[in-house]
Ligand binder design. Structure first.
Ligand code: F6P
Length: 347
């Protein structure tokens, strides 16, 4: 029986979102269903902003960055009457929903499923790769590739000027992007929130390297790293104190503070590059396109089978599905053994 399948993208945009939308839509349209795009994440269901996604709308979107249906960080649980409006608009226009998002968007999906038996399936998205239950999220590979290329480019200028280059990358509370791009780019020190090296240790590694005859260094720092001192003191650097509807502060600026400390303590000339949203922009890598496509097809199948409250996930090389609640229960942090790989090349 034909049904109406909604698709929603929430949270920060991420390369590969359009590839998921295309896969969900293609598979569902092939089954004779109607496919509907929900505008700007959960806000679209609160405000009843929907648009049809037919063959024409999804044509040519596979390599496009961003999301053709828009995104937002709206949390219906934080908007007056938000949940009731989501449920009412959904009941009027849709039969099933594919929610593509990270911990916040999928956290809402998990709650709606638990409390309201809302027919939703999840697709894990985030450049940060911090969602539990899946080995990788799509978008991460693209972000790591962009950061790696940037580190490669910074190497040649660092070398020419005998400078320390601090590269600040995204990742919020986890250091996946920093560790992977740092390993790939041959960083001399990598600083992440999970295993915070102190400022003194960082300067020690740089000085050790200079004693070995190298007169430039690359330091990759994850935005969520707190300036940590041997005394045990820690200092978080944020852009503004205000929290968003999911309780997040806006991170950013740690690179600058760290660079000042390094220059002051070592005497080496130091520069900072903040990669920011460049990491999320533009076309996804082939790997992310393939992962996003596989996730999208699997999510459409879950919706078809009525297996709601689940999220598609990558385990090894296989696409599996797990309870949404399990995926959002805790953040997937960088384990010690991954950081050990990075540390083998410090100094
Ligand atoms: O979660 C993805 C992410 O890019 C984080 O790495 C970063 O901290 C945050 O989003 C930035 O959010 P915004 O798009 O609101 O600046």
């Amino acid at each position: 029986m034909p049904v109406r399948v909604g698709v929603l993208t929430g949270g920060g945009d991420c390369p590969g979102l359009n590839a998921v939308i295309r896969a969900v839509a293609r598979r569902s349209l092939d089954r004779g269903h109607d496919v509907v795009g929900v505008r700007a994440g959960w806000r679209g269901l609160i405000e009843d902003q929907l648009e049809p996604l037919g063959p024409r709308e999804i044509s040519g979107i596979l390599p496009r960055g961003g999301t053709i249906i828009g995104t937002s960080r709206t949390n219906p649980y934080k908007v007056e009457d938000g949940v009731r409006r989501v449920l009412a608009n959904f009941a009027q226009h849709l039969d099933a929903l594919v929610a593509i998002g990270g911990e916040d968007t999928l956290g809402v999906a998990a709650l709606l499923y638990e409390e309201e038996q809302f027919p939703v399936v999840g697709v894990p998205k985030t450049i940060d790769n911090d969602l539990s239950g899946t080995d990788y999220t799509f978008g991460f590979d693209t972000a790591v590739s962009i950061c790696t290329e940037a580190i490669d480019r910074l190497h040649t200028t660092a070398e020419s000027h005998n400078r320390v280059m601090v590269v600040e990358v995204m990742g919020r509370h986890t250091g996946w992007i920093a560790v992977m791009s740092g390993i790939a780019g041959g960083a001399d020190v990598i600083l992440i929130p999970e295993h915070p090296l102190t400022v003194e240790e960082t300067c020690g590694e740089i000085e050790k390297r200079h004693r070995r005859g190298k007169d430039f260094s690359i330091v990759v720092v994850s935005e969520g790293y707190k300036l940590t001192y041997a005394s045990g003191e820690q200092r978080e650097v944020t852009q503004e104190a205000a929290l968003d509807q999911f309780g997040h502060v806006r991170l950013g600026g740690i690179g600058e503070s760290l660079a000042r400390e390094i220059e002051h303590r070592t005497g080496f000339e130091t520069r900072v590059t903040v990669l920011g949203h460049v990491q999320r922009g533009g076309t996804p890598t082939a790997r992310d396109r393939v992962l996003a496509t596989r996730f999208g097809l699997a999510a459409a199948d879950l919706a078809q089978e009525g297996r709601f409250g689940r999220m598609v996930a990558l385990r090894g090389n296989a696409i599996v599905d797990i309870p949404l609640a399990e995926a959002v229960a805790e953040l997937k942090t960088v384990p010690e053994d991954w950081y050990d790989v990075a540390k083998a090349f410090f100094g």
